[in-house]
Design a protein around this ligand. Structure first.
Ligand SMILES: Nc1ncnc2c1ncn2[C@@H]1O[C@H](COP(=O)(O)OP(=O)(O)OP(=O)(O)O)[C@@H](O)[C@H]1O
Ligand SMILES: [Zn+2]
Length: 897
């Protein structure tokens, strides 16, 4: 498989090639933040298909002060990066409108602006329709037939402007073709037909725009929620976002949108992160909590120290990715575009021949030939074919973003649909990457425990490995403060561990391999072999001084995700840098579902294996999080990085980013890729066959111009509508109440069963989320509409404290105990803080087949103690399987569904 993955680097924005050449690859916002450049989003309704892209670029690029032009065809959006002093928004809009492109500046703060603009047909369309209708009375009053001609004239105004602009640029576009057809029909005396062509064309265009804007509303609104100004906490001064450096403390009052990514310094509040995560529940924030730009401070005053510049905020990065993805062209699209380039001129030449040859030969029924020629001309527009890929890709990318998966381009989506084998990294991907320390001891009293802990924590503070975080936290819990600033040398040995120098001591920390590297004199110690635990060694100046062991648990849903992949005919394997024992332990937790285990791998070993899979099995998916996974992620046909918790290297090199830690979205993504490929195939076949049918009909029966036009614009519209089916998550909408009832009902009945089984009481009562009335299962529609607008981009960010549970719907079913403090994360609120509560969280499946119910226990650490079980159908009250919560002091085994 010639890896499309390799050329998957996000394509530089169209017209922004100059930036790309300068090495900035679409990174234009950097300069913009400096204050000179501004990005303006324009709704340009006159963009019909990719034919207009070149036109828009050629119109705007020469304007002084315009630096980059990006045209997003499916959403009819033009993004212009310009110097406001040299080229005003007004001027840009004027230039586009002069060419009849119907441009308007998208209102700041709302992605759905365009939808409002195009809700009603424009006056010229209405006038065209009315005149055409009146002309149909011509049999009663013959002069009325002229009204049809008037209709054609009135309706074709914008077409004419666009045609002129295109002709000026020496390009042949749909507008020119249609105008020739209209003029031809008029010349033949078929005024009604001329009027009908114009009316059909304009109405179809309007409907298409309506559909497109519905699809794209919200896509570009990610960034627009972020305020442009901030209030400095110390002085109360209001300054522009561009002037805020890292480390500035800004004030965020209740009801305001957090303007920056940062850490809370003072104050307590609840923040609604739904714009980023889709979480409907406010997340409590206190000093040290992280907050993100674009989220809403609900009810308290907080001051936030910025940790990133505005252009590097999570939301800005996401927006950049989304934009780049929209503009990267997939393989299929490139193929179609290059075919379309030859198709139009070829058909136009043919059309000319059809008139000229009979003319020269002196044929009798010239009118017939002339009509055939016009039909051919109308059919020369490859609109539907050209749209068949980008609209489908666009809708699928949007769908993916809503389920928390940012895909860096349409070609990746197509590759996703071809995957034959999936390779998973272990630590942080299959497992949580949240280690707990089993043992930590000094070897033969060689050093003081406190000294050892100080060394380890100080050096580990410099590592981003999940083990490092656990070790540092462990040491801090012993009231020892790590001092990473005292570590004078630091080095990472991939697959082995780390090295650091502190206080003149040379210290290595890592697995067995690091012992050899450190030229340790002491014999390898026997560790008390805890099942599946990873063992760590601390070597100080060539002497083994400390031993520790840590363990990690598999992610909820990992086994199910792999099972689902298998049901799709995809093989799953594990690639880990950890020991064979740890790999085997994870495999046991998964019920032995992985087909191959590869352990103790170095980053280059992972690359080698991926290359092997690509050659021997086929298109390969790699899912990973660590720095050691980055090269393998880049090598795979599709590399998915896990969560924002993943290492920066993994996020950078991967082709798609899972914004939550829900591994179940991996099979969903593959399914979406398959659906996209199917949709594109159907679109292509449909648009080619209608063209062929019209031509055949014209030749064997008789050429009817309006049928050709209807087929042309109708196909375009149908292609758009068909692609929009990708946006639909049928399961979410339809099965919502049905399943919720099922869940509640079944939870109740199961609660009884589980009581017999000795499991904790899981009787059901409503659970309140903050700001919400207690919801039974019946209010889910309302809940749905208020919390998850159809057009919003929902991107899940992994929780820092505890763990978020990503959900579409919360049908809480909990037994209220005594209220307790709790409050570990948003989900704890779902549980109502009850000490023995259980909440079932149901996530309907994309394909509408089944749904997943998470059970959240609301003890002290409610969110992490969840069990997951599966209802195969809403009616199926019985449990397929139930997994007891493993780990955690308050673990609960429960049967639900
Ligand atoms: N910062 C660290 N502190 C202690 N040990 C480490 C550290 N980094 C790596 N190691 C040791 O090196 C081993 C391999 O690390 P590596 O990052 O290659 O893989 P991993 O993250 O454990 O597994 P996976 O490849 O599944 O993510 C780890 O299992 C651990 O024993
Ligand atoms: Zn990992």
């Amino acid at each position: 498989m010639p890896g499309p993955a390799v050329d998957a680097a996000p394509a530089a924005a169209r017209g922004g090639d100059r930036d790309a050449a300068a090495g900035g690859g679409g990174r234009c916002t950097k300069a913009a933040a400096a204050g000179e450049w501004e990005k303006t989003y324009l709704d340009v309704l006159g963009i019909c298909c990719t034919a207009e892209v070149a036109l828009v670029e050629r119109l705007l690029s020469p304007i002084a002060g315009v630096r980059a032009v990006t045209v997003v065809v499916p959403s009819r959006t033009v993004i212009v990066e310009h110097d406001t002093a040299a080229a005003s928004q007004f001027h840009i809009v004027k230039v586009l409108n002069k060419a009849g492109l119907e441009a308007s500046v998208r209102a700041y703060g709302g992605g759905g602006g365009a939808a409002a603009v195009v809700r009603w047909p424009r006056p010229f369309i209405v006038a065209c329709g009315v005149l055409l209708l009146a002309s149909l009375l011509a049999p009663l009053l013959p002069p009325l037939r002229w009204l049809a001609l008037a209709a054609a004239c009135v309706g074709s105004q914008p077409m004419l402007l666009r045609a002129l602009a295109a002709a000026g640029e020496l390009t042949l576009d749909i507008n020119i073709l249609m105008l020739i057809a209209v003029a031809g029909a008029a010349a033949l005396g078929s005024y009604t037909e001329a009027g009908a062509i114009v009316f059909l064309f304009t109405v179809a265009e309007w409907l298409e725009t309506l559909a497109c804007t519905r699809a794209s509303a919200g896509m570009l609104s990610l960034m627009s929620t972020v305020p442009k100004n901030v209030v400095l906490a110390e002085t109360g001064q209001v300054v522009g976002m561009g002037d805020v450096g890292v480390g500035t403390v800004v004030a965020v009052r209740a009801g305001e949108v957090v303007p920056v990514d940062g850490v809370v310094v003072s104050g307590h509040s609840e923040v609604d992160e739904s714009s980023l995560t889709g979480e409907s529940f406010p997340v409590p924030k206190q000093p040290q909590s992280e907050v993100w730009a674009g989220t809403m401070n609900l009810d308290g005053y907080i001051s936030v120290r910025t940790t990133a510049l505005a252009e590097n905020s999570t939301v800005a990065k996401m927006e950049r990715l989304v934009e780049e993805a929209q503009n990267s062209r997939s393989k299929t699209q490139r193929l179609i575009d290059s075919c379309a380039k030859y198709y139009t001129p070829a058909v136009v030449v043919l059309a000319a021949g059809v008139v000229l040859v009979p003319l020269v030969l002196g044929a009798h029924d010239l009118k017939q030939w002339f009509q055939l020629s016009l039909v051919l001309l109308v059919s020369a527009c490859p609109c539907a074919l050209v749209l068949s890929t980008p609209v489908a890709t666009f809708c699928a990318l949007l769908r993916a973003a809503r389920m928390g998966l940012l895909i860096k381009g349409g070609n990746i989506l197509e590759s996703l649909g071809e995957i034959r084998i999936a390779a998973f990294d272990k630590t942080g991907t299959i497992t949580r990457g949240e280690f707990s320390i089993n043992t930590f001891h000094v070897v033969e009293d060689k050093v003081e425990m406190s000294q050892l802990l100080y060394w380890v924590s100080s050096i580990e503070s410099k590592s981003s490995h999940p083990m490092a975080a656990a070790l540092v936290e462990y040491v801090q819990s012993k009231s020892i403060r790590p001092e990473p600033e005292n570590v004078t040398e630091f080095h990472i040995y991939h697959g082995e561990g780390i090295y650091g120098a502190i206080g003149g001591k040379h210290i290595y920390i890592g697995n067995e391999k690091i012992i050899a590297r450190s030229s340790c004199r002491a014999p390898v110690q026997e560790m008390d072999d805890l099942k599946g635990a990873s063992n760590g060694h601390v070597i100080c100046d060539g002497d083994l001084v400390g031993l520790f062991s840590l363990s990690d648990n598999c992610r909820t849903g990992a086994a199910k995700a792999i099972k689902e992949l298998r049901s799709m005919g995809i093989k799953s394997v594990m690639l880990t840098g950890d020991s064979a024992a740890a790999a085997k332990h994870a495999q046991e937790q998964l019920g032995g579902i992985l087909e191959e285990l590869h352990s103790e791998l170095l980053p280059e070993d992972k690359v080698r294996l991926i290359t092997k899979f690509k050659a021997s099995v086929g298109p390969t998916l790699m899912v990973g999080d660590g720095m050691n996974d980055a090269p393998a992620l880049a090598t795979a046909d599709v590399g998915i990085s896990m969560g924002l918790s993943g290492s920066a290297a993994a996020i950078e090199t991967s082709h798609a980013m899972l914004m939550s830690s829900d591994i179940l979205r991996v099979p969903k993504a593959v399914r979406l890729g398959r659906r996209t490929r199917q949709t594109i195939a159907v679109n292509v076949v449909f648009s080619i066959s209608t063209k062929a049918a019209v031509l055949v009909l014209a030749v064997v029966w008789r050429p009817v111009l309006w049928v050709a036009v209807l087929a042309d614009v109708g196909t375009c519209l149908l292609v758009v509508l068909h692609s929009m089916l990708l946006l639909r998550d049928t399961a979410t909408k339809r099965s919502c109440c049905r399943t919720s009832k099922a869940c509640c009902g079944t939870a109740k009945s199961q609660a009884k069963k589980s009581q017999h089984a000795g499991a904790p009481n899981t009787e059901t009562t409503g659970v309140k989320g903050p700001g919400e009335k207690a919801k039974g299962c019946h209010s889910c529609h309302k809940h749905k509409h208020t919390k998850l607008p159809v057009d919003s981009v929902v991107i899940a960010i992994p929780a820092r404290a505890g763990e978020h549970v990503h959900r579409k719907e919360v049908h809480a079913t909990a037994e209220g105990g005594h209220t307790s403090s709790g409050g570990c994360c948003s989900a704890s609120r779902a549980c109502g803080g009850a000490s023995t509560a259980l909440a079932a969280i149901c996530t309907p499946h994309g394909n509408g087949e089944d749904e997943v119910c998470n059970i959240i226990s609301a003890r002290t650490s409610c969110c992490s103690n969840k069990a997951r079980s599966r209802c195969s159908s809403p009616k199926d009250a019985g449990c397929k399987d139930a997994v007891g919560c493993s780990g955690g002091k308050d673990s609960i085994s429960a049967l639900v569904c």
